[in-house]
Design a protein. Structure first.
Length: 72
């Protein structure tokens, strides 16, 4: 099983942080940053992998905050 987490890669160009800690950043659309966040920054990607051959299907749950156990 593999999970990949991509972080926003466009900055609004003025705020180093925001009250919600995320609205000063945005994701690219294709290869371009949106006009509201015109400054591209290095893309950070976290990739995690697990060997699952020794697990039963009822033992595996990947949750991103969804109480049902499904990432959305």
């Amino acid at each position: 099983m593999r999970a990949e987490l991509q972080f926003p890669d466009c900055w609004n160009g003025k705020d180093l942080d925001s009250t919600d800690h995320k609205s000063h950043m945005a994701y690219r659309s294709g290869s371009k940053c949106p006009p509201t966040h015109p400054v591209p920054v290095a893309q950070v990607v976290l990739e995690l992998g697990w060997r699952t051959k020794d697990y039963r299907p009822d033992q595996l749950v990947l949750s991103t905050g969804d109480q049902r156990g499904f990432g959305e």
